[in-house]
Each structure stands twice: as C-alpha cells, then as structure tokens.
Design a protein around this ligand. Structure first.
Ligand SMILES: Cc1cc2nc3c(=O)[nH]c(=O)nc-3n(C[C@H](O)[C@H](O)[C@H](O)COP(=O)(O)O)c2cc1C
Length: 180
C-alpha cells in the first residue's frame, strides 16, 4: 500500500482534469493504495511571499501564511507518490497549482525524499506537443526535488469533459492508477 497524494489544479470541479483524476484515483484505490485528493484551486493557498521567514535561524521554521497549505504540504511531504493534474493555461499549469508548488519551499528538506510522480495534463488544442513546455517544468521541478516522473496522460483535443469522454484518456488514467 502506497500513500498517494493528488494535487488537482483546475477550478472546474467537474471538468476535464477532474475526470482524469477520478479515474486514476479509482484505479489506485482498486489495487489498495491510500489516496488523498486536494483540489488546490478551491482551497485557500496564497503564493509564496519569498519573505524567507521559514528559513531564518531562530524564525518560525514554517510558513507565516496561515492557510490550507499546511495540510496539503504535510500530506505531500509524507506521500510515496504525487500526482499533478492540471489543464494547460497559456502553455503552463494553472496559477493555483503553481502557487501550491512554490509553497513546497517552506517544507525545506522534508520535501526532498524520493517520490514517484504521475502527470495528468489536459488541453483544448489538438497537438499534444503543446504540453511540452509544462512537462519540462515538471521535469525540472522533479529533478530539483529528487522525484521521478513515472507516467503521464496527455489529453490533447479535450476542451471539456464531453470531448474527453470520447477518448481513451480516462481508461489510460485508470490503468495508470492501477500500476502505481
Ligand atoms: C485561461 C485558459 C487558458 C488556456 N490555455 C490553453 C492553451 O494554451 N492551450 C490549449 O490547448 N488549451 C488551453 N486552454 C483550454 C484548457 O486547457 C482545456 O479547456 C481544458 O480541458 C480545461 O480543463 P478543466 O476542465 O479541467 O479546467 C485554456 C483554457 C483557459 C480557461
């Protein structure tokens, strides 16, 4: 049994990304993993203020912002597997998911334990190559943290959940969840 944390970054709670997340979650639970899902776009998570209070000697050692990141960050730090799910926004992840990742900073070295990472990425355009820039960001982030990307679902041509339902991407997400 692995501890799996899903960070879902879309403000659409019933959208494309949410459908991919549901399927991966069902697949992972079907093989006995413990899965915690956080819809970070609907939580209160402010951007990193770069105040460095979390790193100052004699300082609080934690983020000065008292919001939902305390519980999300603690769950991520304790996870064996992290799933990042986001629609493509102007060639990148959503700002809500990026704010969440930036706040990993205040968890310091506790984030740098080896983890497996899976990506669920959706975009409206037809060419999956549109997802290359955001994949590069996740690759660089994982290299910094010592995490390893183990699988990706690249759901191009999916402007909404209706378009996604006509593809095999949800089944791929389910099977990926089972293989975690
Ligand atoms: C602000 C915004 C920016 C977007 N930028 C892109 C883009 O650069 N390329 C693309 O293919 N689709 C783009 N899209 C389309 C979304 O990626 C697509 O509709 C996705 O399925 C939405 O997922 P969701 O329902 O989980 O929010 C954009 C949508 C929005 C709202």
């Amino acid at each position: 049994m692995k501890k799996v944390v899903i960070l879902a970054g879309s403000p659409h709670v019933n959208g494309t990304t949410a459908a991919l997340v549901e399927h991966l979650l069902y697949g992972a639970q079907a093989v006995g993993h413990k899965v915690d899902r956080f819809n970070v776009a609907t939580l209160k998570i402010g951007g990193c203020k770069a105040c460095m209070a979390c790193r100052k000697p004699g300082g609080p050692g934690v983020c000065v912002q008292k919001d939902d990141m305390a519980k999300v960050g603690a769950a991520v730090a304790a996870a064996d597997v992290v799933v990042f799910a986001t629609p493509l926004y102007y060639s990148d992840m959503t700002s809500q998911l990026k704010a969440t990742i930036d706040r990993f900073f205040s968890f310091g070295e506790s984030m740098k334990k080896p983890k497996d990472v899976y990506l669920l990425l959706a975009c409206g355009g037809p060419d999956p190559k549109a997802l290359t820039p955001v994949i590069s960001v996740f690759e660089a982030m994982c290299a910094y943290l010592g995490w390893t990307i183990k699988g990706k679902v690249l759901a191009s041509c999916c402007m909404d959940a209706g378009a996604l339902a006509k593809t095999q991407h949800c089944m791929t997400a389910y099977e990926m969840g089972q293989k975690i």
